[in-house]
Design a protein around this ligand. Structure first.
Ligand code: F3S
Length: 391
């Protein structure tokens, strides 16, 4: 692999131990995937933040990296295992909280912004079309590639951190033109409305096309919230890190000859499959994290009512602050629902605390079942609010 002088210095250790370790990770990845060189990235989104997933070994490694590692490009963080200030409201114990705070301190020491959100593009990390970035978090990766037109592979926590500390990534996969072309055309022959419908579409696509790159026809009118829901579910159920939509994805995409068609019945199958038909004891909204628009809609739907079930709404802290400034957080929380920042229901240590989770996120369904062993109810936002208030 061709390395620049600076790459070689980092690899030799002359720019510090953390930079050396980071460069070793990138060099190994590049060799595995046949990259010819390393390229510059303009930002990193670092996953692997929850102490629930990191454990003691992960925390120790981060603290070691923080002793001399410093981010050289703007870098943001994925959600943590708890709201960093309001964690007692989630029932998190003090031991976990102390360890989670140590994780965040280590990242901060490395100069990584503790945004703690899977929607960095709603929290100031917005790469331009054509920019190379190194992002972890599959939903954000898909959003960056498909909607923003930036270029990133699906990085893991260590490789995204390595890119933050070096400003480099191996040039392979979705950094290259030829790997970004669609290979199957998908005609969506039914109208979809709302993030739940788009999440269901991702479920269907995952089963029908796996991790192939589709050109999607029939969807160009979707909203930002619908795209982020599709990005989360298509990445979860099929592993797809890029889709093309004409007029949305900012790059030319030839129309593949192979064509499949999806109809209303496919979406109904997805809804049925994600719903166990039980009574939920947790209503979870905000996977990916809620936008300001979603919080506004929730405030309207919940207005002057009272929730009868534990109801958690997850968002990015800057979005929560913007919502608070407009009185939306107060309006939502007056109902008994909790607006939580910095965290997500998948990486929070809540296994065993609930039996059945209601959500409008197809991605959350997947992890609620597989990681937390919850049963699930899958429904649009309007229905979730009725469930939350006891319907
Ligand atoms: Fe975000 Fe957690 Fe869902 S990271 S996309 S809220 S699983």
């Amino acid at each position: 692999m061709d390395l620049s002088e600076r790459d070689k210095e980092m690899l030799s250790g002359s720019r510090g131990r953390a930079a050396r370790k980071a460069m070793e990770i990138l060099f190994a990845l590049g060799r595995i995937y046949g990259a010819r060189r390393l390229i510059d990235v303009s930002s990193a989104q670092v996953s692997g933040v929850s102490y629930e997933n990191l454990g003691e070994a992960g925390l120790e490694l981060l603290e070691e990296m923080a002793s001399d590692g410093r981010a050289v490009v703007p870098a943001t963080l994925n959600p943590a295992g708890m709201d960093l200030t309001d964690w007692p409201r989630m029932g998190i114990d003090e031991t976990f909280a102390a360890r989670q705070h140590r994780v965040i301190r280590a990242f901060e020491q490395m100069g990584i912004r503790p945004t703690c959100t899977c929607t960095p593009y709603l929290a100031g990390n917005v790469p331009a079309a054509g920019e190379h970035v190194a992002w972890g978090e599959s939903s954000a990766v898909c959003y960056a590639n498909s909607i923003l037109g930036a270029r990133t592979n699906r990085e893991g926590g260590p490789s995204a951190l390595a890119s933050a500390l070096t400003g480099r990534t191996p040039e392979y996969g979705l950094h290259l033109d030829e790997a970004r072309r669609p290979t199957v055309t998908v005609e969506v022959q039914t109208s979809l409305r709302g993030p739940a419908d788009f999440g269901a579409l991702g479920w269907v696509l995952g089963r029908r096309i796996g991790n192939r790159i589709p050109l999607l026809l029939g969807l160009s009118e979707a909203s930002q919230d619908e795209w982020k829901s599709l990005c989360a579910s298509i990445a979860t159920y099929g592993g797809t890190a890029l889709f093309h939509v004409r007029g949305i994805t900012p790059e030319e995409a030839p129309e593949p000859r192979e064509r499949i068609r999806l109809a209303a019945g496919d979406i109904e199958d997805a809804f049925r499959s994600m719903d166990d038909g039980r009574v939920p004891d947790l209503v979870a909204i905000g996977c990916p994290h809620c936008s300001l628009e979603e919080l506004r809609r929730l405030a309207d739907l919940l207005s002057e009512r009272r929730v009868a079930r534990e109801t958690w709404i997850a968002t990015a802290r800057p979005v929560k602050e913007a919502a608070a400034a407009q009185g939306l957080v107060e309006k939502i929380e007056r109902t008994g629902a909790k607006v939580l920042a910095d965290t997500c229901f998948v990486v929070a240590p809540i296994r065993g605390r609930f039996r059945c989770m209601a959500t409008n996120s197809a991605k959350a369904v997947f992890y609620a079942r597989s990681k937390n062993r919850f049963q699930t109810v899958f429904a649009p936002l309007e229905r979730l609010v009725e469930i939350a208030v006891g319907g």
